[in-house]
Design a protein around this ligand. Structure first.
Ligand SMILES: [Ca+2]
Ligand SMILES: [Ca+2]
Length: 327
């Protein structure tokens, strides 16, 4: 979401930490899984979905080349190895540039200029206003995903609170790249048509979002990677757990002519209705916050725009590779 909208949330929702963030639980057995990327042959598939949300259509035959892809979302353990090797400091750990808000400095809440990130903090009442559940928490970052008062990151959970530049830096170090939306959706679809059914084998939200989570899939918040069955390509948590950033700029709907290894719209054509001030990137697959009553995006074809300038507690990523990664 736009920083300016988060500022509103910070203004209206009281002091940070006033409510309780949803901290990941561990109510399901989760086997450890390998990090070894999976090789996918290229192919042609039906990309998009026509009968759910307007931004997903039209369905069109789409071809991608072969590639390797991470079997799970990039974890805190993997990101920690990158930070240890390089000394990298993420965007959420640095002071905020006031110019990003595009409003006079005296209108910016002081907390919004402190290092931090957006943490899901659910209300105890029904709502459909996202300012009721997103809170800018100073001190929240990948190491402290729930803020300074919360637990440390868990090594086997997906890394969150990263901006686009952080993901690019990790990708460069790891020898991979952020997938195109088409590559991601091809890998997630695994030969099946995307359909609008809440999956049992994915970490989403059962119950009435945002104030009642039945947790019948075993996790109220983020799950460690690999807790649910992999898809037919052997990939875990493509749908659900955390949204995954792709390289494509976002605009609602697909260009039917852009179907041969598509790269999405160019930056100048990017448009995100939820964040019209900047070119958003496309995120895929939904998260632990997707519920039937609010956001039916627990599907390979689902897509939204994502502010590249900051992270949140429900967005991560995984990499693809153009040649066999060194083992
Ligand atoms: Ca869940
Ligand atoms: Ca995911």
């Amino acid at each position: 979401m736009a920083l300016s909208l988060l500022a509103l949330a910070a203004c209206n929702d009281g002091a940070p930490g006033e409510k309780t963030a949803v901290v990941a639980g561990a109510s399901r057995q989760c086997p450890g899984i390998a990090d070894t990327p999976v090789k996918l042959a290229g192919g042609t598939f039906d990309m998009g979905e026509d009968d759910v949300y307007d931004e997903e259509g039209p369905v069109r035959r789409t071809t991608v080349r072969g590639f390797w892809i991470d079997p799970h979302e990039v974890t805190n353990r993997q990101f920690a190895a990158f930070v240890k090797a390089t000394g990298y400091v993420t965007v959420a750990e640095k002071p905020v540039d006031p110019k990003q808000f595009k409003v006079p400095a005296d209108r910016i809440p002081p907390d919004m200029l402190k290092p931090g990130s957006a943490v899901f903090t659910p209300p105890d009442f029904p709502s459909n206003r996202y300012t009721d559940w997103w809170k800018y928490v100073p001190g929240a970052n990948w190491k402290k995903p729930y803020g300074p008062q919360g637990p440390d990151q868990a090594p086997n959970e997906p890394v969150v609170h990263l901006a686009w530049d952080d993901m690019i830096a990790y990708a460069k170090w790891a020898g991979g790249r952020i997938p195109t939306e088409a590559e991601w959706e091809y890998a997630a679809s695994a030969g099946e048509r995307s359909k609008n059914v809440q999956p049992e084998e994915a970490n989403s939200w059962q119950g009435a979002f945002p104030n009642y989570n039945a947790e019948s899939d075993g996790f109220k918040g983020i799950a460690p990677v690999g807790c649910y069955k992999p898809n037919a390509n052997g990939l875990y948590d493509m749908v659900g757990n955390v949204w995954e950033v792709t390289a494509d700029f976002f605009r609602p709907g697909h260009d039917p002519k852009d179907s041969d290894d598509p790269k999405g719209p160019d930056e100048g054509s990017a448009y995100d209705p939820l964040n019209p001030g900047m070119p958003s990137r496309t995120v895929k697959g939904g998260s632990y916050l997707c519920a039937p009553n609010y956001c039916q995006r627990y599907r390979p074809a689902s897509r939204q725009g994502r502010d590249p300038g900051m992270g949140t507690s429900n967005v991560g990523f995984r990499l693809v590779y153009d040649k066999a990664p060194a083992s």
